[in-house]
Design a protein around this ligand. Sequence first.
Ligand code: CP
Ligand code: NVA
Length: 321
Amino acid sequence: MTQITKMTVAIPQIKATSFLTVADLSSEELVQVLDYAAHLKALRKAGTPHPLLQRKAVAMYFEKPSNRTRVSFEVGIFDLGAHPFMLRKEEINLGVRETIADTARTLSRYVDGIMIRTFAQKDVEELAEWATVPVINGLTDEHHPCQILADLQSMRESFGPDLKGRKLVFVGDGNNMAHSLLEGGALMGMDVTIACPASHQPLPAIVDKVKTMAAQTGSTIEISDDLEKAAEGASVLYTDVWASMGQESEKAEREKAFTRFQVNAELLARSESDAIVLHCLPAHRGEEITADTFEKYADIIFNQAENRLHAQKAIMAVLMG
Ligand code: CP
Ligand code: NVA
């Protein structure tokens, strides 16, 4: 039996008290969280109980739909011996029924952690500012940090723990996924290219911040609409929907802008021979990815979805354990 299946691995310590963006972690902390996620995955596969949050309670609040985030958090919280429960928009109505500060201070009197999926990053920041328990960002318009933990865990499973120098290419919209992948890739020392139309680039403020991070880890950051060139040398081709949750009315206009920005066999032929395809899901076949490419990499993509469970358990244990 390897060391990884023993319960003695210490929970990593991090400086941050909440997890709102990937950049809340240092490079070293991120690696430790990912190592811990691998440990928790091995424990679960071995059937070894790991009730690290016994008798705690974790609230989950969603203002957008979810399959993976909802289910992986609920199962993960249960796995850790804590009590998960959902708060609906009709119940909390964040920032409308009462101030965000009052919601934060009230919930902090009952629960040990709050997971939130909403629109504005600033609302999650305000919640975390007033809460006295950890807040975990389960997706905003700007960031999706939990997804990136699972993505990096998946990349390490394919390429080994050291991702330094590997090229990660995100194809599509300069959205929440692009922002969080930029941060995660830079912290891991990866070379990250966002291949997107000039009209849909990531937010300049985030790109600037990530370039500073990249200078410290020796990674490179590129934003380009030259998709074919971007794919050259790629170890990971990553894509996401063209229209995110909340952008449904822009669907037709976005379909036009993104037609070229698709992960398919031709693009893969330009990347490294051992390249993998990742997708945060949900997937729209025939849009950001072809059906045949999706199915070819389905095992990797659904393992990536599974890793949400392990990675989020790790960050919850770190923040609330
Ligand atoms: N990838 C992801 O966050 O999926 P859900 O929207 O289903 O939670
Ligand atoms: N960009 C997508 C990610 C879904 C996990 C969205 O925000 O809808």
